[in-house]
Design a protein around this ligand. Structure first.
Ligand code: SF4
Length: 73
């Protein structure tokens, strides 16, 4: 799993780092400046919660396995 952060749209609310400081590193001004974060085993749930906590919705979770399309009937 990896995390993609659209760092240009981050507004520095630090919600992601509050949820998971191990995964989301902020700069001195509170902005998330790491565009691609590899998620170590065991931190997947924290990654999802951190992404969900971002009010700007600039964090995307990319699963490792082939993406399963649940929209297919
Ligand atoms: S929660 Fe979103 S807006 Fe806030 S620091 Fe993290 S990525 Fe940026």
């Amino acid at each position: 799993m990896k995390i993609l952060v659209d760092v240009r749209k981050c507004v520095g609310q630090a919600r992601c780092a509050e949820i998971s400081p191990e995964l989301f590193k902020l700069d001195d001004n509170g902005f998330n400046v790491t565009a691609v974060i590899q998620v170590p085993p065991g931190l997947e749930e924290q990654a999802r919660e951190g992404a969900n906590a971002c009010p700007e919705r600039v964090i995307t979770i990319v699963e490792d396995e082939t993406m399963k399309d649940s929209t297919q009937a």
